[in-house]
Design a protein around this ligand. Structure first.
Ligand SMILES: C[S@@+](CC[C@H](N)C(=O)[O-])C[C@H]1O[C@@H](n2cnc3c(N)ncnc32)[C@H](O)[C@@H]1O
Length: 209
């Protein structure tokens, strides 16, 4: 099943199924962006709008992009403020969905679906302002080494999604290659239990002026 078809089905239960990764990432995005000023935000892979509501409460304008129309439909039910512009687009294609440069771009649980990070950071270099930020939070690669993958069940058995593993250095080296420096690196653990493998890797990059 391709990614768009998988999320078409997953959209039915994405907000309601038990999902520790989704819930922990909701904590990460709030904590990490708490002291980061931004008026304009490009939210890539907005999904059902889990984070869009919070981002829209801080920014004057959000461009919220996703591949899957059914996920965006759910997001539109949550977000009714006029400062959010939803776009259905595949970020593997040209990014012709924006006309301004952003203070912040966010990726929450999206990049495991993208094989090659370099074209994404190349486009981010154009889309983000000087001194602007890129927030990334993903299932931790250590979890992936141990076999974890994005998965869902809508009542007819568990469906596993095809995912790509990005090592920590893949993120930091690619970001550096395209003009971003790392300003925050955090790991989030289930129940804050640091004797276990971390569930999430969260990174905040800043575009070098
Ligand atoms: C796990 S969901 C995360 C949704 C939301 N960011 C969150 O944290 O709940 C991943 C989202 O990425 C989107 N996505 C995957 N590949 C994409 C691509 N190539 N272009 C745009 N969106 C993509 C999917 O449609 C899905 O909505």
């Amino acid at each position: 099943m391709n990614i768009q078809s998988a999320y078409k089905y997953w959209s039915q239960v994405y907000d309601t199924n038990e999902n520790k990764t989704r819930d922990l990432e909701a904590v990460s995005v709030i904590e990490t962006l708490n002291n980061i000023p931004f008026n304009t935000c490009l939210e890539i892979g907005c999904g059902t709008g889990k984070n869009t509501v919070c981002l829209a409460s801080k920014a004057q304008h959000i461009t919220a992009v996703d591949l899957t129309p059914e996920m965006i439909e759910k997001a539109k039910l949550k977000v009714q403020t006029p400062n959010v512009h939803f776009v259905i687009a595949d970020i593997l294609e040209d990014w012709n969905f924006y006309t301004l440069q952003y203070d912040l771009a966010t990726f929450s649980l999206v990049l495991e679906h993208i094989e090659n990070l370099a074209p994404i950071f190349e486009k981010l270099n154009l889309a983000v302002k000087e001194n602007g930020y890129v927030y990334i939070s993903e299932l931790h690669p250590f979890k992936q080494y141990a076999g974890s993958k994005a998965r869902f069940d809508i009542g007819n058995g568990e469906q596993l999604l095809d995912c790509f593993t990005h090592h920590v250095s893949d993120f930091t080296n690619t970001a550096s290659q395209y003009g971003f420096k790392i300003v925050v690196i955090k790991e989030y653990f289930d129940d804050n239990d640091k004797t276990n493998i971390p569930r999430l890797l969260t990174l905040l990059f800043q575009k070098i002026a």
